[in-house]
Design a protein. Structure first.
Length: 496
């Protein structure tokens, strides 16, 4: 038979060609070619992005992801993207692996670094909640980053879930530059070449999304931008080699005089200075019972409270009372944020008053706390009723009326309830004053009689007779018996 020539110049018999074609049409897929279903664990970030497991185990593996992390090819002042990359994938890592990889970049410049004694720096930075300083370590590409850290970076907390479970970590944070997005296009002069530039040009990864958030950033418990972990010394072994921030004090001063002409120059400083961290302004409310004496004193000082000569119990009472006043100044949105940070269940919470009550219970201040008096007496009971009546809602006023056993018949408006409670307060104060005067008079009489009896006993011991003072108490048994008769009857004209 004549030979057929295929395009690749291989002679094939016609019959054989047909057999080959048919065979290929009927060929069943082998096990290796068959489709295989493979389950894959994925994780969804807070922004809704789906993250697949990442197999990187070394710092070098992290550095190879540079192009995937920095979409615009520039890492200047964009270390928040390194942080988010690792935090989003921490759920697939052991805690040790997460900590090791988190030391692979400079928190200030965003440069890839190799963790070691030469890149590890010891610092003492303020906590954003105003509860003192934390001592720990950070990793830098060069020493000028120490100076910028001292000026702008603070310490907050963040609960991060790894493959071993959730754990609260200390994190290094800056303010959100997207609080003032117009500042990103403001011109400034770089000290190196005296060239005018902007944050948009010098740090293109620092950009805001449509919701006014820093794109790709993860926020801390108090809402600041996480740029790195703040590493604490291991408790199991010796502290590894490091450089101490104190050794760079004079170098930082000289750098300042020279116009920050080293390190990142003005780039990071401009980003961090847009909305600097205001220590204590967004501090998470902590129950005073969970604070140490040192923390209580720092918190009391931050709130402008006089803590001289106070013990722990009094300190806790002062802070609790101040927290209660602070809660009522917050908006409903801020209250919800505080409740979320404390891990409270918000189901069924309808309005601001419910939020305040929930937070007060969580902080151990359910409306009645013991706080020192301003006149120096040990303690005075401070209750919700001490809130100005005019600032109370109608529901609170009704609760006060019921608590005092008053008759609210005829009270239609808020002013009616306020007037009723004010009249009751004035009457109670008068009755209390009268009762105190009678009690003092009775005490003087008793002391005088007791003195006479002692004299009589001295002269004639057998003649002394016991004296009962039970009758004197009857004078005060019904001192406020008319309280329940007070009502809004003078407002009956409105009712009719």
């Amino acid at each position: 038979r004549p030979l057929l020539r295929l395009p690749w110049s291989m002679p094939v018999m016609p019959g054989l060609l047909i057999v080959l074609l048919c065979t290929s049409c009927l060929m069943l897929p082998s096990k290796s070619a068959a489709s295989v279903r493979k389950s894959m664990q994925v994780h969804r970030t807070s922004s809704g992005e789906v993250v697949e497991p990442w197999e990187g185990h070394s710092v070098q593996d992290l550095h190879r992801e540079y192009g995937n992390i920095f979409k615009h090819g520039n890492r200047n002042a964009a270390s928040h993207l390194w942080s988010s990359f690792l935090i989003d994938r921490a759920v697939f890592m052991t805690r040790q692996r997460f900590l090791k990889l988190s030391a692979g970049y400079c928190a200030v410049s965003g440069s890839p670094v190799s963790p070691g004694d030469a890149t590890r720096y010891k610092l003492r930075l303020e906590r954003v909640d105003g509860l003192g300083r934390e001592e720990g370590f950070m990793y830098y590409c060069c020493w000028p980053c120490v100076c910028d850290t001292q000026d702008f970076i603070r310490v907050d907390t963040k609960t991060i879930r790894t493959a071993e479970g959730s754990h609260e970590y200390l994190v290094a944070v800056i303010g959100n530059p997207c609080d003032k997005p117009s500042e990103l296009s403001r011109s400034f002069v770089q000290p190196f070449d005296k060239r005018s530039t902007t944050i948009y040009q010098a740090a293109p990864e620092v950009r805001c999304d449509r919701n006014g958030r820093l794109a790709g950033a993860t926020v801390s418990d108090n809402g600041y931008i996480i740029i790195s972990l703040f590493f604490q010394a291991s408790k199991k072994g010796r502290v590894p080699g490091f450089q101490d921030e104190q050794d760079f004090e004079f170098m930082c001063e000289d750098r300042k005089r020279q116009g920050y002409n080293s390190g990142m120059g003005e780039i990071f400083r401009r980003v961090a200075a847009v909305s600097p961290v205001n220590v204590g302004s967004r501090g998470r409310l902590l129950p005073p019972s969970q604070m140490s004496v040192k923390q209580l004193r720092l918190e009391a000082t931050r709130r402008g409270l006089d803590v001289r000569g106070t013990e722990r119990k009094e300190l806790a009472a002062l802070v609790a009372a101040s927290q209660g006043r602070e809660l009522r100044k917050l908006t409903a949105k801020q209250l919800r944020a505080q409740a979320t940070r404390l891990g409270l269940d918000l189901r069924g919470i309808a309005d601001k008053e419910d939020l305040v009550s929930l937070l007060e219970r969580a902080l151990g201040n359910d409306g009645t706390v013991k706080a020192p008096r301003s006149d120096g007496t040990p303690e005075a009971e401070v209750t919700k009723s001490q809130k100005p009546l005019a600032q109370m809602s109608i529901r609170e006023l009704k609760a006060e009326v019921a608590k005092h056993g008053l008759n609210s018949r005829g009270c239609l408006e808020k002013s009616d309830f306020v007037r009723l409670l004010e009249e009751n307060s004035m009457s109670s104060s008068t009755e209390e004053h009268e009762a105190t005067a009678l009690e003092n008079q009775s005490r003087d009489t008793e002391e005088h009689e007791a003195t006479d009896l002692e004299d009589q006993a001295r002269l004639a011991p057998s003649a002394a007779e016991p004296v009962s003072d039970a009758g004197d108490l009857d004078c005060f048994a019904s001192s406020s018996s008319n309280d329940t008769q007070r009502s809004c009857s003078k407002n009956q004209v409105i009712a009719s």
